[in-house]
Design a protein around this ligand. Sequence first.
Ligand SMILES: C[S@@+](CC[C@H](N)C(=O)[O-])C[C@H]1O[C@@H](n2cnc3c(N)ncnc32)[C@H](O)[C@@H]1O
Length: 217
Amino acid sequence: MEKMANSTAVRERAGGVVGAGSRRAASRNWQYQILSKLLRGDLGFYGEPSNYASHTLHAFAAKFPPQLPRIFIERLTKPGDIVLDPMVGSGTTMVEAVLLNRIGIGFDIDPLALKICRVKTTSAELGRLLEAGQRAHRRAAGYLEQTKLLERFFARFDSSTMDFLEYWFAPKTRLELAALVLAIEKEEAFVREFLEVLFFRFFRCQCILRAIHSNLL
Ligand SMILES: C[S@@+](CC[C@H](N)C(=O)[O-])C[C@H]1O[C@@H](n2cnc3c(N)ncnc32)[C@H](O)[C@@H]1O
């Protein structure tokens, strides 16, 4: 928050003639005024698009509409400032921070959230990602011929994870998923994380579809 004391708006309000303590106080006052105005205003963004940049890469639970962090970042910070989100989830705030030329710092206890957030905030060439996806798909098709390899893959899971997989997926689907995971693991770091995020998205959809078919939802 100290960084805010250097913003142009604050310097103008402080008039350039006051000491550091007064500038900080003026800055805090200015921030409180903007914040309280924002919080009293309309923060409903129903109907506004959220399908831009990388926001829709993963349907993480309880995501912000992107307009929510955007309005706070725009009004309370300037380009180059740090935006901190201590429970970053899938990184909606971080994507907006990057789009607005701020430095995003995010924390989360969930490794999947951090993975999704990293992928969503890393720029990459679309052609390179498409090629990697096709390469992984071809490799996975090859692994499907190697029954022993796929059986060994399942040895990495404990019995409760195996129960979960056996409950949700038919034997053929389990083998296909194993082949895909092994194929993705062969890719280099960023591409692997990108394909993993797509895999988790697909995996989640499959669980939901299975639940619908079984009348579990
Ligand atoms: C509702 S989600 C945030 C979604 C995010 N705003 C978005 O748009 O994607 C809440 C996140 O807080 C994280 N979380 C909960 N308790 C936490 C803690 N003590 N420290 C760090 N992260 C935590 C969860 O793992 C989850 O990813």
